[in-house]
Write a protein that binds this ligand. Sequence first.
Ligand code: XMP
Length: 528
Amino acid sequence: MTGNATAISQNLPPNVAQQRVLVLDFGSQYAHLIARRVREQQVYCEIIRHDITAQRIRELNPQGLILSGGPASVYEPGAPRCDPKIFRLGIPLLGICYGMQLACDALGGEVKSASSREYGRARCHTQDNSGLFSGLPAEMDVWMSHGDQVMSTSDEFIPLASTGTCPIAAVKHRDLPVYGLQFHPEVTHTPQGNALLRNFLMEVCSCEGTWKLDEFAKQLIHQLRQRIGTGQVICGLSGGVDSAVTAALLYQAVGTQLSCIHVDNGLLRQDEKESVIREFTGHFKTDLHVVEAEDKFLTALAGISDPQEKRIRIGHAFIECFKEEAAQIEGAQFLAQGTLYPDVIESGAAPDGPAATIKLHHNVGGLPEELGFELIEPLRDLFKDEVRRLGLELGLPEDLIWRHPFPGPGLAVRCLGEVTKGRLKTLRAADAIVVEEIQAAGLYRQTAQAFAVLLPVQSVGVMGDSRTYENAVAVRCVDSHDFMTADWSHLPHELLGRISTRMINEVPGVNRVCYDISSKPPATIEWE
Ligand code: XMP
Protein backbone atom coordinates (compact mmCIF):
# COMPACT_ATOMS: atom_id res chain seq x y z
CA MET A 1 0.00 0.00 0.00
CA THR A 2 1.70 3.17 -1.13
CA GLY A 3 -0.08 6.36 -0.18
CA ASN A 4 -0.59 9.31 -2.43
CA ALA A 5 -2.52 10.99 0.32
CA THR A 6 -3.09 14.64 0.97
CA ALA A 7 0.07 15.82 2.70
CA ILE A 8 -0.67 16.56 6.33
CA SER A 9 2.07 19.08 6.66
CA GLN A 10 1.94 22.33 4.81
CA ASN A 11 5.20 22.35 2.96
CA LEU A 12 6.21 18.74 2.68
CA PRO A 13 7.12 17.76 -0.85
CA PRO A 14 4.44 15.19 -1.76
CA ASN A 15 6.62 12.37 -3.05
CA VAL A 16 9.16 12.43 -0.22
CA ALA A 17 6.65 11.31 2.35
CA GLN A 18 4.70 8.91 0.18
CA GLN A 19 5.09 6.18 2.74
CA ARG A 20 4.33 7.50 6.14
CA VAL A 21 3.46 6.21 9.57
CA LEU A 22 1.19 8.12 11.90
CA VAL A 23 1.58 8.18 15.67
CA LEU A 24 -1.70 8.75 17.51
CA ASP A 25 -0.83 10.71 20.63
CA PHE A 26 -2.57 9.68 23.83
CA GLY A 27 -0.59 12.12 25.96
CA SER A 28 2.60 10.12 26.17
CA GLN A 29 5.80 11.86 27.18
CA TYR A 30 7.39 9.63 24.52
CA ALA A 31 5.24 10.45 21.45
CA HIS A 32 7.99 12.62 19.92
CA LEU A 33 10.54 9.97 20.65
CA ILE A 34 8.47 7.32 18.86
CA ALA A 35 8.23 9.57 15.79
CA ARG A 36 11.96 10.23 15.84
CA ARG A 37 12.77 6.54 16.15
CA VAL A 38 10.56 5.80 13.15
CA ARG A 39 12.28 8.49 11.11
CA GLU A 40 15.64 7.04 12.11
CA GLN A 41 14.51 3.98 10.16
CA GLN A 42 14.02 6.32 7.20
CA VAL A 43 10.27 6.15 7.36
CA TYR A 44 8.46 9.48 7.43
CA CYS A 45 6.33 9.84 10.53
CA GLU A 46 3.94 12.43 11.93
CA ILE A 47 2.16 12.80 15.25
CA ILE A 48 -1.59 13.23 15.06
CA ARG A 49 -4.48 13.67 17.47
CA HIS A 50 -5.74 10.47 19.06
CA ASP A 51 -9.41 11.10 18.22
CA ILE A 52 -8.88 11.40 14.48
CA THR A 53 -11.62 9.52 12.62
CA ALA A 54 -11.03 6.25 10.82
CA GLN A 55 -12.37 7.97 7.71
CA ARG A 56 -9.70 10.68 7.90
CA ILE A 57 -7.02 8.06 8.43
CA ARG A 58 -8.25 6.23 5.36
CA GLU A 59 -7.89 9.48 3.39
CA LEU A 60 -4.37 10.00 4.69
CA ASN A 61 -3.59 6.45 3.67
CA PRO A 62 -0.64 5.76 5.97
CA GLN A 63 1.54 2.69 5.74
CA GLY A 64 1.11 2.03 9.45
CA LEU A 65 -0.28 3.40 12.70
CA ILE A 66 1.30 3.53 16.13
CA LEU A 67 -0.81 4.18 19.22
CA SER A 68 1.36 5.87 21.83
CA GLY A 69 1.36 5.29 25.55
CA GLY A 70 -0.45 7.68 27.85
CA PRO A 71 -1.08 8.41 31.51
CA ALA A 72 -4.77 7.39 31.63
CA SER A 73 -6.44 4.03 32.39
CA VAL A 74 -8.59 2.65 29.58
CA TYR A 75 -11.35 1.67 32.02
CA GLU A 76 -11.65 5.17 33.51
CA PRO A 77 -14.51 7.37 32.33
CA GLY A 78 -13.18 10.12 30.08
CA ALA A 79 -10.00 8.22 29.18
CA PRO A 80 -8.79 9.22 25.70
CA ARG A 81 -9.94 6.72 23.10
CA CYS A 82 -9.55 6.34 19.39
CA ASP A 83 -12.18 5.63 16.79
CA PRO A 84 -12.58 1.81 17.22
CA LYS A 85 -12.98 1.47 13.46
CA ILE A 86 -9.28 2.13 13.03
CA PHE A 87 -8.49 -1.40 14.23
CA ARG A 88 -10.39 -2.82 11.28
CA LEU A 89 -9.03 -0.58 8.53
CA GLY A 90 -6.53 -3.26 7.51
CA ILE A 91 -3.69 -0.78 8.18
CA PRO A 92 -0.92 -2.33 10.32
CA LEU A 93 -1.16 -1.01 13.85
CA LEU A 94 1.17 -1.17 16.81
CA GLY A 95 -0.13 -0.21 20.25
CA ILE A 96 2.53 0.72 22.78
CA CYS A 97 1.66 0.42 26.50
CA TYR A 98 -1.66 2.36 26.80
CA GLY A 99 -1.99 1.90 23.02
CA MET A 100 -1.81 -1.88 23.43
CA GLN A 101 -4.32 -1.78 26.26
CA LEU A 102 -6.71 0.21 24.07
CA ALA A 103 -6.35 -2.22 21.18
CA CYS A 104 -6.94 -5.25 23.41
CA ASP A 105 -9.83 -3.56 25.20
CA ALA A 106 -11.46 -2.65 21.89
CA LEU A 107 -11.04 -6.17 20.53
CA GLY A 108 -12.33 -8.14 23.50
CA GLY A 109 -9.49 -8.27 26.04
CA GLU A 110 -9.48 -7.30 29.70
CA VAL A 111 -7.32 -4.52 31.14
CA LYS A 112 -6.88 -4.14 34.88
CA SER A 113 -4.69 -2.38 37.33
CA ALA A 114 -1.59 -4.53 37.97
CA SER A 115 -0.93 -5.53 41.58
CA SER A 116 1.86 -2.97 41.66
CA ARG A 117 2.99 -0.32 39.26
CA GLU A 118 5.88 -1.62 37.19
CA TYR A 119 8.56 0.90 36.36
CA GLY A 120 12.00 -0.01 35.13
CA ARG A 121 13.91 -2.76 33.42
CA ALA A 122 12.34 -6.21 33.02
CA ARG A 123 13.47 -9.45 31.45
CA CYS A 124 11.20 -10.36 28.57
CA HIS A 125 10.75 -13.91 27.21
CA THR A 126 9.46 -14.12 23.67
CA GLN A 127 7.38 -17.00 22.34
CA ASP A 128 7.69 -16.01 18.72
CA ASN A 129 10.52 -15.13 16.41
CA SER A 130 8.71 -13.95 13.36
CA GLY A 131 7.12 -10.64 12.37
CA LEU A 132 7.68 -8.16 15.16
CA PHE A 133 10.23 -10.37 16.89
CA SER A 134 11.98 -11.57 13.75
CA GLY A 135 15.71 -12.07 14.32
CA LEU A 136 15.50 -11.10 18.00
CA PRO A 137 16.76 -13.19 20.93
CA ALA A 138 14.31 -15.26 22.97
CA GLU A 139 15.20 -13.23 26.07
CA MET A 140 15.87 -9.54 26.24
CA ASP A 141 15.74 -6.52 28.52
CA VAL A 142 12.80 -4.19 28.07
CA TRP A 143 11.68 -0.96 29.75
CA MET A 144 8.33 -1.04 31.52
CA SER A 145 6.37 1.93 32.79
CA HIS A 146 2.77 1.06 33.54
CA GLY A 147 0.17 0.73 36.25
CA ASP A 148 -2.37 -1.24 34.19
CA GLN A 149 -1.84 -4.28 32.08
CA VAL A 150 -3.74 -6.60 29.80
CA MET A 151 -4.91 -9.49 32.03
CA SER A 152 -6.53 -11.61 29.39
CA THR A 153 -7.18 -11.32 25.71
CA SER A 154 -9.99 -12.75 23.64
CA ASP A 155 -9.17 -15.84 21.59
CA GLU A 156 -8.54 -13.49 18.74
CA PHE A 157 -5.14 -12.53 20.18
CA ILE A 158 -1.95 -14.55 20.34
CA PRO A 159 0.42 -13.70 23.24
CA LEU A 160 3.95 -13.18 21.93
CA ALA A 161 5.99 -12.39 25.04
CA SER A 162 5.89 -12.23 28.83
CA THR A 163 7.90 -10.95 31.79
CA GLY A 164 7.97 -12.18 35.39
CA THR A 165 5.19 -9.80 36.39
CA CYS A 166 3.45 -9.25 33.08
CA PRO A 167 2.17 -12.45 31.47
CA ILE A 168 1.01 -10.66 28.32
CA ALA A 169 3.86 -8.32 27.40
CA ALA A 170 3.30 -8.48 23.65
CA VAL A 171 0.40 -9.63 21.48
CA LYS A 172 -0.67 -10.09 17.90
CA HIS A 173 -4.20 -10.37 16.55
CA ARG A 174 -5.00 -13.63 14.75
CA ASP A 175 -6.56 -12.03 11.67
CA LEU A 176 -5.98 -8.28 11.78
CA PRO A 177 -2.54 -6.64 11.44
CA VAL A 178 -2.83 -5.39 15.02
CA TYR A 179 0.12 -5.73 17.44
CA GLY A 180 0.73 -4.58 20.98
CA LEU A 181 3.75 -4.08 23.25
CA GLN A 182 3.31 -3.45 26.95
CA PHE A 183 6.89 -2.16 27.19
CA HIS A 184 8.47 0.83 25.46
CA PRO A 185 10.56 0.00 22.37
CA GLU A 186 11.28 3.70 21.76
CA VAL A 187 13.50 4.27 24.81
CA THR A 188 17.17 3.35 24.84
CA HIS A 189 16.61 1.21 27.95
CA THR A 190 15.02 -1.34 25.61
CA PRO A 191 18.20 -2.27 23.74
CA GLN A 192 16.34 -4.21 21.04
CA GLY A 193 13.71 -1.47 20.72
CA ASN A 194 14.98 -0.13 17.41
CA ALA A 195 15.09 -3.62 15.93
CA LEU A 196 11.49 -4.19 17.08
CA LEU A 197 10.32 -0.93 15.53
CA ARG A 198 12.24 -1.72 12.39
CA ASN A 199 10.52 -5.10 12.17
CA PHE A 200 7.15 -3.44 12.57
CA LEU A 201 7.93 -0.89 9.86
CA MET A 202 9.65 -3.11 7.35
CA GLU A 203 8.15 -6.57 7.93
CA VAL A 204 4.65 -5.69 9.06
CA CYS A 205 4.00 -2.36 7.31
CA SER A 206 6.20 -3.13 4.25
CA CYS A 207 7.82 0.29 4.41
CA GLU A 208 10.77 0.73 2.11
CA GLY A 209 12.70 3.39 4.03
CA THR A 210 12.19 6.16 1.51
CA TRP A 211 12.53 9.09 3.92
CA LYS A 212 15.96 10.44 2.98
CA LEU A 213 17.02 13.86 4.12
CA ASP A 214 19.12 14.62 1.04
CA GLU A 215 16.15 13.85 -1.18
CA PHE A 216 13.91 15.91 1.08
CA ALA A 217 16.35 18.84 0.88
CA LYS A 218 16.49 18.66 -2.93
CA GLN A 219 12.74 18.73 -3.25
CA LEU A 220 12.33 21.38 -0.62
CA ILE A 221 14.82 23.65 -2.40
CA HIS A 222 12.91 23.14 -5.63
CA GLN A 223 9.64 23.94 -3.88
CA LEU A 224 11.09 27.04 -2.22
CA ARG A 225 12.27 28.31 -5.61
CA GLN A 226 8.81 27.89 -7.05
CA ARG A 227 7.12 29.60 -4.13
CA ILE A 228 9.53 32.54 -3.92
CA GLY A 229 9.87 33.15 -7.65
CA THR A 230 11.70 36.43 -8.08
CA GLY A 231 10.72 37.65 -4.58
CA GLN A 232 13.11 38.78 -1.88
CA VAL A 233 13.45 36.84 1.39
CA ILE A 234 14.65 38.01 4.78
CA CYS A 235 16.04 35.63 7.38
CA GLY A 236 17.07 36.53 10.91
CA LEU A 237 20.34 34.88 11.97
CA SER A 238 20.73 34.43 15.71
CA GLY A 239 23.93 32.39 15.67
CA GLY A 240 22.01 29.22 16.53
CA VAL A 241 21.64 26.12 14.41
CA ASP A 242 17.97 26.46 13.37
CA SER A 243 18.27 29.89 11.81
CA ALA A 244 21.62 29.00 10.22
CA VAL A 245 20.18 25.90 8.53
CA THR A 246 17.12 27.88 7.41
CA ALA A 247 19.36 30.51 5.84
CA ALA A 248 21.64 27.92 4.23
CA LEU A 249 18.63 26.18 2.66
CA LEU A 250 17.24 29.43 1.34
CA TYR A 251 20.63 30.43 0.03
CA GLN A 252 20.73 27.18 -1.96
CA ALA A 253 17.23 27.88 -3.22
CA VAL A 254 17.34 31.55 -4.16
CA GLY A 255 20.94 32.76 -3.69
CA THR A 256 21.14 36.53 -3.85
CA GLN A 257 17.41 36.96 -3.31
CA LEU A 258 18.13 36.16 0.34
CA SER A 259 19.08 38.89 2.81
CA CYS A 260 20.05 37.93 6.35
CA ILE A 261 19.81 40.12 9.42
CA HIS A 262 21.98 39.51 12.45
CA VAL A 263 21.28 41.72 15.44
CA ASP A 264 24.30 42.09 17.69
CA ASN A 265 22.52 42.84 20.93
CA GLY A 266 25.71 42.78 23.00
CA LEU A 267 24.36 39.69 24.78
CA LEU A 268 25.97 37.06 22.58
CA ARG A 269 28.57 34.45 23.47
CA GLN A 270 32.22 34.96 22.67
CA ASP A 271 32.95 34.95 18.91
CA GLU A 272 29.31 34.35 18.03
CA LYS A 273 28.92 37.40 15.81
CA GLU A 274 32.25 36.71 14.09
CA SER A 275 31.27 33.14 13.28
CA VAL A 276 27.94 34.29 11.78
CA ILE A 277 29.79 36.82 9.62
CA ARG A 278 32.41 34.26 8.60
CA GLU A 279 29.83 31.68 7.62
CA PHE A 280 27.32 33.88 5.88
CA THR A 281 29.63 36.18 3.98
CA GLY A 282 32.63 33.87 3.49
CA HIS A 283 31.14 30.44 2.87
CA PHE A 284 27.61 31.44 1.87
CA LYS A 285 27.93 34.83 0.23
CA THR A 286 24.65 36.22 1.47
CA ASP A 287 23.61 39.82 1.71
CA LEU A 288 24.25 39.96 5.47
CA HIS A 289 23.11 42.97 7.48
CA VAL A 290 24.73 43.14 10.90
CA VAL A 291 22.87 45.53 13.18
CA GLU A 292 25.21 46.90 15.84
CA ALA A 293 22.72 47.37 18.63
CA GLU A 294 24.68 46.74 21.83
CA ASP A 295 24.09 50.28 23.13
CA LYS A 296 20.39 50.14 22.39
CA PHE A 297 19.96 46.90 24.32
CA LEU A 298 22.15 47.92 27.24
CA THR A 299 20.28 51.20 27.54
CA ALA A 300 16.98 49.31 27.55
CA LEU A 301 18.33 47.02 30.27
CA ALA A 302 19.92 49.69 32.47
CA GLY A 303 18.91 49.29 36.09
CA ILE A 304 16.74 46.22 35.40
CA SER A 305 17.23 43.07 37.48
CA ASP A 306 13.87 41.34 37.11
CA PRO A 307 14.24 38.43 34.64
CA GLN A 308 10.83 38.78 32.98
CA GLU A 309 11.30 42.52 32.58
CA LYS A 310 14.69 41.83 30.96
CA ARG A 311 13.02 39.44 28.52
CA ILE A 312 10.27 41.92 27.65
CA ARG A 313 12.69 44.78 27.02
CA ILE A 314 15.00 42.61 24.95
CA GLY A 315 12.02 41.39 22.92
CA HIS A 316 10.88 44.94 22.15
CA ALA A 317 14.36 46.14 21.27
CA PHE A 318 14.85 43.16 18.97
CA ILE A 319 11.63 43.78 17.07
CA GLU A 320 12.49 47.45 16.65
CA CYS A 321 15.97 46.69 15.30
CA PHE A 322 14.70 44.00 12.99
CA LYS A 323 11.91 46.17 11.65
CA GLU A 324 14.22 49.11 10.96
CA GLU A 325 16.74 46.96 9.15
CA ALA A 326 14.12 45.02 7.19
CA ALA A 327 12.71 48.32 5.95
CA GLN A 328 16.08 48.95 4.26
CA ILE A 329 15.80 45.76 2.23
CA GLU A 330 14.03 46.64 -0.94
CA GLY A 331 11.19 44.46 -2.16
CA ALA A 332 11.30 42.08 0.81
CA GLN A 333 8.18 39.98 0.70
CA PHE A 334 9.01 36.81 2.64
CA LEU A 335 10.33 36.19 6.13
CA ALA A 336 12.04 32.85 6.80
CA GLN A 337 12.00 31.37 10.30
CA GLY A 338 13.58 28.26 11.76
CA THR A 339 10.44 26.78 13.34
CA LEU A 340 10.89 23.04 14.03
CA TYR A 341 8.39 20.18 14.10
CA PRO A 342 8.19 19.96 17.93
CA ASP A 343 7.26 23.69 18.02
CA VAL A 344 4.56 23.10 15.41
CA ILE A 345 3.17 20.17 17.40
CA GLU A 346 3.38 21.89 20.77
CA SER A 347 1.70 25.04 19.54
CA GLY A 348 -1.20 22.93 18.28
CA ALA A 349 -0.65 24.32 14.78
CA ALA A 350 -0.22 21.04 12.88
CA PRO A 351 -3.20 20.02 10.74
CA ASP A 352 -4.57 16.80 12.31
CA GLY A 353 -1.95 17.24 15.06
CA PRO A 354 -2.64 17.00 18.78
CA ALA A 355 -4.03 19.98 20.67
CA ALA A 356 -1.55 22.43 22.15
CA THR A 357 0.14 21.20 25.28
CA ILE A 358 0.70 23.71 28.00
CA LYS A 359 4.26 24.87 27.74
CA LEU A 360 5.87 27.91 29.14
CA HIS A 361 6.95 29.90 26.12
CA HIS A 362 9.71 32.25 26.92
CA ASN A 363 10.97 32.73 23.45
CA VAL A 364 11.71 36.30 22.58
CA GLY A 365 13.04 35.65 19.09
CA GLY A 366 9.56 35.63 17.53
CA LEU A 367 8.50 38.43 15.24
CA PRO A 368 4.99 39.84 15.17
CA GLU A 369 2.68 39.22 12.24
CA GLU A 370 2.13 42.91 11.62
CA LEU A 371 5.56 43.10 10.04
CA GLY A 372 3.52 42.09 7.03
CA PHE A 373 5.73 39.38 5.54
CA GLU A 374 4.68 36.07 4.16
CA LEU A 375 6.14 33.44 6.47
CA ILE A 376 8.39 30.66 5.20
CA GLU A 377 9.21 27.87 7.65
CA PRO A 378 11.21 25.29 5.74
CA LEU A 379 12.14 23.22 8.82
CA ARG A 380 8.63 22.83 10.20
CA ASP A 381 8.57 19.10 9.42
CA LEU A 382 11.92 18.28 10.99
CA PHE A 383 13.21 17.25 14.37
CA LYS A 384 16.36 18.88 15.74
CA ASP A 385 18.61 15.93 14.92
CA GLU A 386 17.35 16.02 11.33
CA VAL A 387 18.01 19.76 11.15
CA ARG A 388 21.57 19.13 12.31
CA ARG A 389 22.12 16.44 9.67
CA LEU A 390 20.63 18.69 7.03
CA GLY A 391 22.93 21.53 8.09
CA LEU A 392 25.97 19.29 7.72
CA GLU A 393 24.79 18.21 4.28
CA LEU A 394 24.41 21.85 3.29
CA GLY A 395 28.02 22.44 4.28
CA LEU A 396 27.66 24.26 7.60
CA PRO A 397 30.61 23.65 9.95
CA GLU A 398 30.40 21.11 12.78
CA ASP A 399 31.03 23.65 15.53
CA LEU A 400 28.02 25.69 14.45
CA ILE A 401 25.83 22.62 14.00
CA TRP A 402 26.65 21.20 17.42
CA ARG A 403 26.67 24.48 19.33
CA HIS A 404 24.59 24.21 22.48
CA PRO A 405 21.20 25.95 22.45
CA PHE A 406 21.29 29.50 23.70
CA PRO A 407 18.29 31.46 25.01
CA GLY A 408 16.93 34.34 22.92
CA PRO A 409 17.65 36.91 25.69
CA GLY A 410 21.23 35.64 25.68
CA LEU A 411 23.69 36.44 28.42
CA ALA A 412 21.21 38.87 30.00
CA VAL A 413 19.47 35.97 31.77
CA ARG A 414 22.82 34.55 32.87
CA CYS A 415 24.01 37.85 34.26
CA LEU A 416 21.99 37.85 37.47
CA GLY A 417 21.14 41.31 38.69
CA GLU A 418 21.92 44.32 36.55
CA VAL A 419 23.25 43.81 33.03
CA THR A 420 26.17 46.12 32.32
CA LYS A 421 28.90 46.08 29.71
CA GLY A 422 31.52 45.31 32.35
CA ARG A 423 29.58 42.45 33.93
CA LEU A 424 28.87 40.99 30.49
CA LYS A 425 32.57 41.07 29.68
CA THR A 426 33.34 39.09 32.83
CA LEU A 427 30.57 36.60 32.11
CA ARG A 428 31.54 36.14 28.46
CA ALA A 429 35.14 35.36 29.38
CA ALA A 430 34.07 32.93 32.11
CA ASP A 431 31.59 31.25 29.78
CA ALA A 432 34.20 30.77 27.07
CA ILE A 433 36.42 28.93 29.56
CA VAL A 434 33.61 26.51 30.48
CA VAL A 435 32.99 25.72 26.82
CA GLU A 436 36.69 25.43 25.91
CA GLU A 437 37.47 23.05 28.76
CA ILE A 438 34.43 20.85 28.14
CA GLN A 439 35.33 20.69 24.47
CA ALA A 440 38.95 19.86 25.29
CA ALA A 441 37.76 17.02 27.53
CA GLY A 442 35.70 15.65 24.61
CA LEU A 443 32.44 16.05 26.55
CA TYR A 444 30.77 18.88 24.66
CA ARG A 445 28.48 16.72 22.48
CA GLN A 446 27.20 14.60 25.31
CA THR A 447 26.45 17.68 27.40
CA ALA A 448 23.19 19.38 26.45
CA GLN A 449 24.15 22.81 27.75
CA ALA A 450 27.24 24.08 29.53
CA PHE A 451 27.66 27.68 30.55
CA ALA A 452 28.63 30.18 33.22
CA VAL A 453 26.28 32.32 35.29
CA LEU A 454 27.51 35.52 36.87
CA LEU A 455 26.01 35.73 40.35
CA PRO A 456 24.97 38.98 41.99
CA VAL A 457 27.15 38.04 44.93
CA GLN A 458 30.59 39.12 45.99
CA SER A 459 32.72 37.06 48.26
CA VAL A 460 35.95 37.39 50.12
CA GLY A 461 39.14 35.81 48.84
CA VAL A 462 42.91 36.09 49.05
CA MET A 463 45.12 36.59 46.05
CA GLY A 464 48.82 36.81 46.80
CA ASP A 465 49.01 38.80 49.99
CA SER A 466 45.89 40.80 49.52
CA ARG A 467 42.30 40.27 50.44
CA THR A 468 39.84 40.40 47.55
CA TYR A 469 36.12 41.00 47.48
CA GLU A 470 34.98 39.91 44.05
CA ASN A 471 32.41 38.04 41.98
CA ALA A 472 31.21 34.49 42.27
CA VAL A 473 30.43 32.51 39.12
CA ALA A 474 28.27 29.39 38.91
CA VAL A 475 29.05 26.74 36.32
CA ARG A 476 25.93 25.03 34.97
CA CYS A 477 26.24 21.84 32.87
CA VAL A 478 23.27 19.62 32.18
CA ASP A 479 22.47 16.39 30.38
CA SER A 480 19.09 16.43 28.70
CA HIS A 481 17.27 15.04 25.68
CA ASP A 482 14.32 17.37 25.52
CA PHE A 483 15.24 20.27 27.86
CA MET A 484 11.95 19.68 29.70
CA THR A 485 13.84 17.60 32.23
CA ALA A 486 17.57 17.64 32.84
CA ASP A 487 20.16 16.16 35.15
CA TRP A 488 23.28 18.02 36.22
CA SER A 489 26.26 16.63 34.38
CA HIS A 490 28.46 14.44 36.52
CA LEU A 491 31.69 15.95 35.18
CA PRO A 492 35.08 14.69 36.35
CA HIS A 493 36.41 16.60 39.34
CA GLU A 494 39.70 17.30 37.53
CA LEU A 495 37.79 19.04 34.75
CA LEU A 496 35.81 21.12 37.22
CA GLY A 497 39.08 21.96 38.96
CA ARG A 498 40.64 23.16 35.69
CA ILE A 499 37.61 25.32 34.91
CA SER A 500 37.75 26.90 38.35
CA THR A 501 41.52 27.52 38.31
CA ARG A 502 41.44 29.06 34.85
CA MET A 503 38.47 31.26 35.64
CA ILE A 504 40.00 32.65 38.82
CA ASN A 505 43.40 33.16 37.17
CA GLU A 506 42.26 34.48 33.81
CA VAL A 507 39.06 36.40 34.37
CA PRO A 508 39.57 39.65 36.25
CA GLY A 509 36.96 40.15 38.92
CA VAL A 510 36.21 36.46 39.63
CA ASN A 511 37.48 34.91 42.84
CA ARG A 512 35.01 32.06 43.46
CA VAL A 513 33.50 29.31 41.28
CA CYS A 514 30.61 27.02 42.27
CA TYR A 515 29.19 24.02 40.43
CA ASP A 516 25.41 23.80 40.16
CA ILE A 517 24.24 20.31 41.13
CA SER A 518 20.49 20.81 40.80
CA SER A 519 18.34 18.83 38.40
CA LYS A 520 15.30 20.00 36.48
CA PRO A 521 12.72 19.74 37.95
CA PRO A 522 12.65 21.23 40.50
CA ALA A 523 15.33 23.67 39.30
CA THR A 524 15.35 25.03 35.74
CA ILE A 525 18.30 24.95 33.39
CA GLU A 526 18.75 28.71 33.31
CA TRP A 527 19.03 30.61 36.58
CA GLU A 528 16.61 33.32 35.49
P1 XMP B 1 14.70 26.33 31.50
O1 XMP B 1 15.58 27.36 32.11
O2 XMP B 1 13.24 26.75 31.44
O3 XMP B 1 15.18 26.21 29.98
O4 XMP B 1 14.87 24.98 32.10
C1 XMP B 1 14.79 25.24 29.06
C2 XMP B 1 15.45 25.57 27.74
O5 XMP B 1 14.95 26.82 27.25
C3 XMP B 1 16.00 27.76 27.11
N1 XMP B 1 15.48 29.06 27.53
C4 XMP B 1 15.12 30.03 26.68
N2 XMP B 1 15.12 30.05 25.33
N3 XMP B 1 14.28 32.24 25.40
C5 XMP B 1 14.72 31.19 24.69
O6 XMP B 1 14.76 31.26 23.46
C6 XMP B 1 14.23 32.28 26.74
O7 XMP B 1 13.83 33.27 27.33
C7 XMP B 1 14.68 31.10 27.41
N4 XMP B 1 14.78 30.76 28.72
C8 XMP B 1 15.26 29.50 28.77
C9 XMP B 1 17.12 27.24 27.99
O8 XMP B 1 18.40 27.71 27.56
C10 XMP B 1 16.96 25.76 27.84
O9 XMP B 1 17.54 25.29 26.64
